[in-house]
Ligand binder design. Structure first.
Ligand code: GUN
Length: 286
């Protein structure tokens, strides 16, 4: 029997509806409307679409959103000055600087300039460290969305073997820590792992975040496994493909996320969740 398809669009819509209803209660109780500021440097068309959708999502959830557009020629100092202004602005709850940044700007410096309490991307080392040590943190949106999907699907993680392919700071590493916090046994592997197919084959849960179209074949997957595909790769013809060879994998897996319509829609949903959370925490700290 082919795998059950995990409908990321539907789960994201449920998360957004839940956030919207929490926002409306929060506004009534506090008189504060959560506000996300997105910063876009340059004119990369894909980044323009992402940032626009993040802003639209905020409005749909009843929150404020402001977008600051800067030319690609902006200096690092000007960007850092803007971040520090936004840090000091009481009406701003979340700050998101869209990546990638132009080569003359040090991304780490910019990320580290964002106040950890407004870091709704969860990229600041303070938030990464808090996640690692099990303290309340802003968690990067993609791994948080993966966990939300697994919870929605009632996937049991305790004692299971979760295999994460990919070790980025944004997806692989935080996903592994989250799975560990749910008592899964976690293996992180990557392009240099010896006999990667054999390791992947031991995963009851597989998170694929390598960024290589259809690299993970159906024959690598443990029968009945839950497969979460984070990949968003353009094939030569323009078609979007995940990191997992979907048609092969769905014949073996128990559940699988499609691309598109799987993890992708969850990311903005979790960003909205984090933005509300930033406002809630700020209000509680007052
Ligand atoms: N560029 C691609 N994805 C992201 C993201 O989640 N956050 C930011 N800030 N930039 C990105």
């Amino acid at each position: 029997m082919p795998a059950q398809i995990i409908d990321g669009k539907a789960i994201a819509a449920a998360v957004r509806a839940r956030t919207k209803s929490r926002v409306s209660k929060f506004v009534l109780q506090t008189g504060i409307t959560p506000c996300l500021v997105t910063v876009l440097v340059g004119e990369d068309p894909a980044s323009q679409i992402y940032v626009r959708n993040k802003g639209k999502g905020c409005i749909e959830a009843g929150m404020f959103s402001r977008q600051v557009d800067l030319p690609a020629s902006v200096s690092e100092k000007e960007l850092l000055d803007l971040v520090s202004q936004l840090n000091a602005d009481e009406s701003v709850h979340g700050i998101l600087v869209q990546l990638p940044l132009p080569d003359h700007i040090d991304e780490s410096k910019v990320i580290e300039a964002i106040s950890p309490g407004k870091d709704v991307d969860g990229f600041h080392p303070v938030n990464a460290g808090r996640l690692l040590t099990g303290k309340p943190a802003f968690i990067p949106c993609t791994p948080l969305g993966i966990l939300e999907m697994l919870d929605h699907e009632k996937v049991h993680l305790k004692g299971k073997h979760a295999v994460v392919v990919g070790r980025s700071n944004i997806v692989g590493k935080p996903a592994a820590i989250l799975l560990l916090s749910r008592h899964a046994t976690v293996t992180i592997c990557h392009s240099r792992t010896t006999d990667l197919p054999a390791v992947v084959r031991t995963g009851d849960v597989l998170v694929a975040a390598v960024g290589k179209a259809e690299m993970i074949r159906g024959s690598w997957i443990k029968p009945g496994a839950v497969v979460v595909d984070v990949g968003m790769n353009r094939l030569p013809g323009g078609k979007l493909a995940g990191d997992v060879a979907f048609d092969e994998a769905r014949e073996v897996a128990g559940k699988i996320t499609p691309v598109p319509g799987g993890v992708g829609p969850m990311t903005i949903a979790m960003l909205l969740h984090n933005t509300l959370e930033a406002a809630v925490r700020r209000a509680a700290a007052k």
